[in-house]
Design a protein around this ligand. Structure first.
Ligand code: PLP
Length: 425
C-alpha cells in the first residue's frame, strides 16, 4: 500500500494539470471530492464574477446591462462550449435545462419525420429521465410512436450490434447518452452516427456525463443533435443552464415546440404572430437567468485552458491507477467493477459495486475523527460512483480514497450507518 502511496505522490509531482487545483474553492482541508460528475466544484473565478455581475451589472447598470452584457450571453458561452465539443460557434447555444433541450430537439426530429417512421430507439442503461421525455412525447404525438430499448448483457455496456439490430427504415430517432451515467460506458460516437445515417435516422446525443470529461468531436463524427449539462464536469454551478447543439444544415428543418418570444425572429418588434427565428436562436425559449448563465463561463474557460486532450490523458492515467488499486485491495473484499475495463469505452468516472454500497458511501461522507471526509455518490442498487475530475482530483486523493474504502469494509465500520436513504443520494 505504501509503495502505491509513493507512486501517487510522484505522479502528482509530474502532473502538468496540478496547477488548476487552486483555481477551485477548497473549504475543508481534509475533504476529497469525488462527485464532480454530479455537481462540479466552485471555481474561484465564478465567485468573483457572480459578485461583479450582481453589484456592477444588476446593482449599478440595471436594465442597461441587457444591451451591454446580457443579451449575447447564451450565444457567446454557447460558442465557447462549441470549441470544447468540436462544433461551429453558431451550432451551440446555452439555454434551458438538459431535459427541456432534449424535449425540444426530440420533438423537432419527430415532427420533421412525418408519419412513416414510428420507432424511437434508446437503451435500457440511459438516464431514466431521458426515457420519460420520450414517453411523454409519444403521448403528445398521439401514441403513434413506440420506444425500443437496446438491452445490456452485463448492466455495464451496450453491445453495438444489439443497438444496431433495432435500427431500420421505420426508426424516427435514435437518442442515447455518449457516456452512461451509472457505468461510465462510452459509445463510439462516429460509428453509431454512421450506422444510424445508413437508415436515414437522426441521432440525438446526451453529453451530460461526457462534456468536460472526454474529448467530443461533434462535427468530425457527423453528429446531428446533442444536449448536455454544465453543472457536472463543466463546474457551472447547481442547476446551471444546459446547452444544445444542432448541426448547421439541420437547424431550420427542426421546429421548436415552444413558441416563446426568444425563439421568434424579432422578439422586440412585439408582432402579434409568432415567426420561427432562423439558425440556433430558434431553440431559445425566454429571458435567460443571467446570474446562472454568467456563472457558467469561468468553468468552461478553465476547461479550455487545461485542454480536453490533457484532461483526458490525466483522467485515463487516474482511472487506471484507481483500477490497479481496486484489483489489489477492493476486489478481494467483495467489490465488483461496475465500469468497462477498456479505457476507450469509458468516461471519467468509475463505478464500484458492493452489496453495502449505500452504507459504505455514508461512512465515507461521515468519517470518524482523524479520517478524511470523502464524497463520492451512490446510485441504486449497489453502485458507488467515483468521479475523477482531473482539474482538481489528485493521485493522492485516489490512493487515500481506496485506502479508506478498504478500511471501512475490513473493519465493518459501515455497519454503524443506517440503510435509510436520503432524498438525494
Ligand atoms: C445530469 C443529467 C441530466 C440532467 O437533466 P436536468 O434537466 O438538468 O435535470 C440529463 N441527462 C443525463 C444523461 C444526465 O446525466
Amino acid at each position: 500500500m505504501n509503495k502505491a502511496k509513493e507512486q501517487a505522490k510522484r505522479k502528482d509531482q509530474a502532473d502538468l494539470l496540478s496547477k488548476f487545483r487552486k483555481e477551485f474553492h477548497h473549504s475543508e482541508e481534509d475533504l476529497i471530492y469525488l462527485d464532480g460528475n454530479s455537481l462540479g466544484r466552485l471555481p474561484n473565478r465564478s465567485s468573483h464574477l457572480i459578485e461583479a455581475v450582481v453589484k456592477e451589472q444588476w446593482g449599478t447598470q440595471l436594465i442597461r446591462s441587457w444591451n451591454t452584457d446580457w443579451m449575447d450571453l447564451n450565444k457567446r458561452i454557447g460558442a465557447k462550449i462549441a470549441t470544447l465539443i468540436g462544433a461551429k460557434p453558431n451550432e451551440v447555444i446555452l439555454t434551458d435545462s438538459t431535459s427541456l433541450n432534449l424535449f425540444k430537439l426530440a420533438y423537432g426530429a419527430l415532427k420533421m419525420q412525418g408519419t412513416g417512421r414510428t420507432k424511437i430507439v434508446s437503451d435500457s442503461l440511459n438516464f431514466p429521465s431521458d426515457l420519460y421525455v420520450f414517453q411523454g412525447l409519444i403521448d403528445l404525438f398521439g401514441n403513434r410512436h413506440e420506444l425500443f430499448l437496446a438491452q445490456s448483457g452485463d448492466g455495464i455496456c451496450v453491445e453495438e450490434k444489439e443497438l444496431y439490430s433495432l435500427l431500420d427504415e421505420q426508426t424516427a430517432l435514435l437518442s442515447i447518452s455518449l457516456v452512461l451515467f451509472k457505468s461510465s460506458f462510452q459509445y463510439p460516437m462516429e460509428a453509431v452516427n454512421r450506422e444510424a445515417h445508413r437508415h436515414g435516422i437522426p441521432v440525438l446525443w446526451d453529453l451530460s456525463h461526457a462534456v468536460g470529461a472526454v474529448p467530443v468531436h461533434l462535427n468530425a463524427s457527423g453528429a446531428d443533435m446533442a444536449v448536455g449539462c454544465t453543472y457536472k464536469y463543466l463546474n457551472g454551478g447547481p442547476g446551471s443552464l444546459a446547452f444544445l447543439y444542432v448541426r448547421e444544415d439541420l437547424q431550420n428543418q427542426l421546429e421548436n415546440p415552444i413558441w416563446a418570444w426568444f425563439a421568434d425572429d424579432k422578439p422586440f418588434d412585439f408582432d402579434l404572430d409568432f415567426k420561427h427565428s432562423k439558425g440556433i436562436n430558434r431553440f431559445l425559449t425566454s429571458t435567460t437567468p443571467v446570474l446562472s448563465a454568467a456563472a457558467v463561463e469561468p468553468g468552461i474557460d478553465l476547461m479550455l485552458e487545461a485542454g480536453m486532450d490533457a484532461i483526458r490523458q490525466k483522467s485515463l492515467e487516474q482511472t487506471e491507477f484507481l483500477l490497479d488499486l481496486y484489483d489489489q485491495w477492493l476486489a478481494p473484499l467483495g467489490f465488483m467493477l461496475g465500469s468497462p475495463r477498456d479505457p476507450k469505452s469509458r468516461g471519467s468516472h468509475i463505478s464500484l459495486r458492493h452489496p453495502d454500497a449505500y452504507r459504505i458511501c455514508q461512512a465515507l461522507i461521515h468519517p470518524p475523527v482523524g479520517e478524511p471526509r470523502i464524497i463520492p455518490d451512490f446510485r441504486s442498487p449497489d453502485f458507488i460512483r467515483i468521479g475523477i475530475t482531473p482539474v482538481y482530483t489528485s493521485f493522492l486523493d485516489i490512493w487515500r480514497s481506496v485506502e479508506r474504502i478498504k478500511g471501512i469494509v475490513e473493519s465493518n465500520e459501515y455497519e454503524n450507518h443506517s440503510t435509510e436513504r436520503l432524498g438525494v443520494t
